[in-house]
Design a protein around this ligand. Structure first.
Ligand SMILES: Nc1ncnc2c1ncn2[C@@H]1O[C@H](COP(=O)(O)OP(=O)(O)O)[C@@H](O)[C@H]1O
Ligand SMILES: [Mg+2]
Length: 357
């Protein structure tokens, strides 16, 4: 079995290589998003999620796969892992027939679960491929971003999941496990995907830069890692934008900050200084400037939060500010005016920073 799997995977990777070589030759101009281009091709290439990879590899060897539930923050390899595992299991030709992939952009109401998913799950499958080789006798249904499914649709899944367990495995993927109903979570093996380590991200970004022959400064890569907060997809997308923007020039830290829409740390510091020892009029002007520059209020809030935590205010004052931040966050999410919200946060900080308070 192991030998077969090895054979199958090397064969499939060869075919994949041939294909990519062919396509890059024909349509060299076609821009591919780098997140797709550098998606891990096999389970081994998935970095930093050792536990998941170890369990999955065992399952792949034994060809016995439980229903799976992947959860964790975005850009940590959830989708990539199951796609790679499915490709290793079935090889490129069978893949289309054996894998049904539905994500949030597809209609996934209760009707679809009843019809599309159920029909696909009911099809029986053989344990052999067309070329006579063995393959696992089941299909995989991937429900990506399952936390955006209604609970009625989720409830419709549970019976299907149980009834078709002989021919079908489900893989649910979500960011928030709390939004998946209990009866589903208890039917799946759960795997938590951790936010990626800075160093792992750096290695990956350097690899891509190397392959794309980019010129970059060390600080730029560090900045990429910093602004993307464990989300490798974000980091890779920013890297690609920076490369497009710069052409042949070197990518610098300020390019990255510009692209990511991060407010320059200097401006945040300046805003705080005004709160500490200047007047409300000045604060008003500073906030107006920030908003006029086009920085998003949520971004300013986020950065202010990180800075305030490190400041030398008393715990009590920090807690009042933090509570205000939570309020502002909620108001912004509900569509409140950005200028007013930042100003109101600024005035709370001003009040708290006042020594007499
Ligand atoms: N653990 C990882 N190892 C290698 N690459 C990763 C990893 N996590 C994310 N990536 C990169 O980020 C991109 C998005 O990953 P994806 O699997 O779609 O994330 P999500 O967890 O949001 O489904 C992939 O194309 C891949 O290049
Ligand atoms: Mg995903």
């Amino acid at each position: 079995m192991q030998a077969f799997l090895k054979g199958a995977s090397t064969q499939s990777s060869k075919i994949a290589k041939d294909k990519s070589a062919g396509s890059s030759g024909e349509k060299k101009q076609k821009p591919v998003p780098w997140v797709e281009k550098y998606r891990p091709k096999c389970v081994d290439e998935v970095a930093f999620q050792e536990e998941v990879v170890a369990v999955l590899k065992k399952s792949l060897e034994g060809a016995d796969l439980p229903n799976l539930l992947f959860y964790g923050p975005p850009g940590t390899g959830k989708t990539s892992t199951i796609l790679a595992a499915a490709r290793e299991l079935f090889g490129p030709e069978l893949y289309r027939k054996r894998v049904l992939e539905l994500n949030a952009s597809d209609e996934r109401g209760i009707q679809v679960v009843r019809e599309k998913v159920k029909n696909f799950a009911q099809l029986t499958v053989a344990g052999t491929r067309s070329d006579g080789k063995h393959c696992p006798p089941f299909k995989i249904i991937i429900l990506d971003e399952a936390d955006s499914m209604t609970s009625a649709a989720q409830a419709a899944l549970r019976r299907t999941m149980e009834k078709e367990s002989r021919t079908t495995r489900f893989c649910l993927i979500c960011n928030y496990i709390s939004r998946i109903i209990e009866p589903l979570t208890s039917r799946c093996s759960k795997f938590r995907f951790k936010p990626l380590d800075d160093q792992i991200q750096e290695v990956r970004l350097l690899e891509i830069s190397e392959k794309e022959k980019l010129k970059y400064s060390k600080e730029a890569i560090a900045a990429l890692v910093r602004v993307s907060e464990g989300d490798l997809r974000k980091a890779i997308t920013f890297l690609q934008s920076a490369a497009r923007l710069n052409g042949e020039k070197e990518i610098t830290e300020s390019d990255v900050i510009e692209i990511a829409g991060v407010c320059p740390p200097k401006m945040i510091k300046n805003l705080l200084q005004i709160c500490y020892n200047s007047t409300f009029d000045k604060l008003e002007i500073a906030v107006k400037n920030l908003i006029d520059e086009g920085y998003a209020a949520t971004q300013i809030l986020h950065q202010l939060h990180d800075v305030i935590i490190e400041e030398s205010l008393s715990d009590q004052k920090k807690s009042v500010i933090a509570e205000k931040m939570a309020d502002v966050d909620k108001c912004l999410a509900d569509g409140a005016d950005e200028y007013l919200q930042v100003l109101s946060l600024g005035s709370t900080i001003m009040q708290q920073a006042d020594v007499n308070n």
